[in-house]
Design a protein around this ligand. Structure first.
Ligand code: G3P
Ligand code: MG
Length: 250
């Protein structure tokens, strides 16, 4: 296969996972603030559609684990989701924290001067194209001009395709658990500039292959400094961490 010739965007080596999920309730504005306070320059977070077609920053398909509500995000309205407490489960100090609407998250990134890896989640899978289109629209309307272009990632091919069709100027990364033998075919088909894979599924040989073919390479979720150092030795360009403070150079 050919070597890709457009270079990946400049993304720092340490990226906060769901904000800084080890320090504050994941995917909340408090988690973004915690990341910024730790000196992180970019955060990863998840975005998905509500029942009434709004975008919210939220990881799970259902509300139970990280809010005081229940049911599927995809079957709940934005107004109902915004009434839920998304912080108390993590710690009393975070009581009253809300599930951010995507546009509020973008405004907070601007205020905190944080770049972002934006991961598209889609449930059910038939909503992948709609999710990609909605994210493309929101980014074109509201991505802060003061920030570097975000990197859009997803495990979901149709969501990546749709966001790429709607806003091709934002670079994309294909998320995989493991790099399968046809990873480059998939990445090329979706116009991705980078691969994001699970840290414990990577080998030095696979890392070399990805880099030699001109793709960016990042790993999730890396919480131990020693492991991050090993991955960086293999050429991995960035790691996504719940505890980015453990990995930032002292
Ligand atoms: O984007 C990397 C990582 O967040 C993917 O897995 O389940 O934490 O969204 P998950
Ligand atoms: Mg994620």
């Amino acid at each position: 296969m050919t070597k890709r010739d457009n270079s990946p965007p400049a993304v720092p080596r340490v990226i906060g996972h769901r904000g800084a999920a080890g320090h504050a309730p994941e995917n909340t504005l408090a988690s973004f603030a915690a990341a910024a306070a730790l000196g992180v320059r970019w955060v990863e977070f998840d975005v998905r559609l509500t029942g009434d077609g709004a975008l919210v920053v939220f990881h799970d398909e259902t509300l139970e684990r990280t809010t005081d509500g229940n049911g599927r995000v995809a079957e709940t309205t934005l107004a109902a989701i915004r009434r839920l407490d998304a912080g108390f489960w993590f710690g009393k100090a975070f009581a009253g924290e809300r599930v951010p609407a995507f546009e509020d998250a973008l405004a907070t990134l601007e205020r905190l001067d944080l770049g972002a890896v934006i991961e598209l989640k889609a449930d059910p899978p038939e909503r992948e194209p709609e999710t990609g289109r909605a994210v493309a629209r929101a980014l074109r309307n509201s991505w802060p001009a003061t920030l570097p272009a975000p990197l859009i990632s997803s495990f979901r091919a149709a969501a990546l395709r749709a966001v790429g069709d709607g806003a091709p100027e934002f670079p994309r990364a294909l998320l995989v658990i493991k790099l399968e033998s046809d990873w480059q075919r998939q990445a090329e088909a979706l116009g991705c500039v980078a691969m994001h894979c699970r840290e414990n599924e990577l080998t030095p040989e696979l890392a070399r292959q990805v880099l030699d073919r001109g793709y960016g390479l990042r790993c999730f979720t890396v919480n131990a400094r020693k492991r991050a150092e090993t991955l960086f030795k293999w050429g991995v360009e960035g790691v996504i961490s719940d505890y980015p403070d453990r990995l930032l150079a002292k």
